[in-house]
Design a protein. Structure first.
Length: 277
């Protein structure tokens, strides 16, 4: 699943292409992905200008307006979805479910597993966070609100493993399996350790590690931003140089210990038995 860095890279690629552009048409080929795609988009969006392209967690937000219509198009890429620009009359492929048609090009959403969403929240840009999918979202880990004091205090009574806490979007948004594992490795903290058994100084290290891991991943995708949204669908996601993720049985790059793989909440977790405690 695309995590915060992939979605942010996608946003940065979309924004200069879309902002200020007028939508000429909407094509809905699948009535439902994870949720039903509102059919009223076909009448609401034509004539709208895209005023901004934002991100909230793993959601892309396209602010749209024309006389009498104002709202936000909410898109989630699901497990394996992608957005790309195609020529206006290019025939759709099997998994191309949604088009925003503009002069000279079309923004096409492909979602092979149909876990993505395309939804609408009426009102000014500030109203987007009122949508039920966004209202329960936690703090952005790259924002000023994500502080050591807040994170430490929020976990004083939580005995869940710290990796599960990092992946709880109601607390912190956008950190998925890859970047949770990598952030904990950089911080030297075991993913199995209970959140309320971590000291404040170690939380300070973890907050810095999360910020650095996500920022490094975004920077690593910088040279492929246009590929992410302009490709034929094959390119898009990137990975930072993994310290532990998907390296089970291999030596740790930091201490030489063995990378171990365990299952947590149905997901694979990778960590070093030698230097993560």
């Amino acid at each position: 699943m695309p995590e915060l860095p992939e979605v942010e890279v996608c946003r940065r690629g979309l924004a200069p292409e879309l902002e200020g552009t007028q939508i000429q048409g909407v094509v809905i080929r699948a009535p439902k992905l994870r949720l039903v795609i509102p059919t009223e988009l076909q009448t609401l969006l034509p004539g709208c200008r895209i005023l901004g392209v934002r991100r909230r967690g793993k959601y892309l937000l396209l602010d749209c307006a024309r006389p009498g219509v104002e709202g936000c198009l909410i898109i989630h890429l699901g497990m394996s979805g992608n957005l790309r620009f195609v020529p206006p009359h290019l025939p759709p492929a099997k998994h191309d479910h949604f088009d925003l048609v503009m002069a000279g090009q079309t923004l096409r959403f492909a979602d092979p597993r149909r876990f993505g969403v395309v939804l609408w929240q009426p009102g000014p840009p500030s109203a987007a966070v009122l949508h039920p999918l966004l209202a329960s979202q936690g703090i952005e880990p790259l924002s000023g609100d994500f502080t050591v004091d807040w994170f430490y205090a929020a976990n004083l009574k939580r005995n869940a493993p710290i990796k599960s806490v990092l992946m709880d979007s109601h607390m912190v948004v956008g950190i998925g399996n890859i970047y949770a594992s990598e952030s904990l490795f950089r911080a030297g903290i075991s993913p199995l350790r209970a959140a309320n058994r971590i000291s404040r100084p170690r939380y300070a290290v973890l907050v810095s590690a999360i910020r650095e891991t996500l920022s490094d991943a975004i920077a690593a995708g910088g040279s492929s931003i246009r590929d992410y949204v302009h490709s034929d669908g094959g390119a898009g996601c990137f990975q930072i140089q993994a310290g532990v993720y998907d390296r089970a049985g291999e030596p740790c790059l930091r201490c030489g210990g063995v990378i171990r793989q365990v299952r947590q909440a149905g997901r694979s977790t990778y960590y070093c038995t030698g230097c993560q405690h």
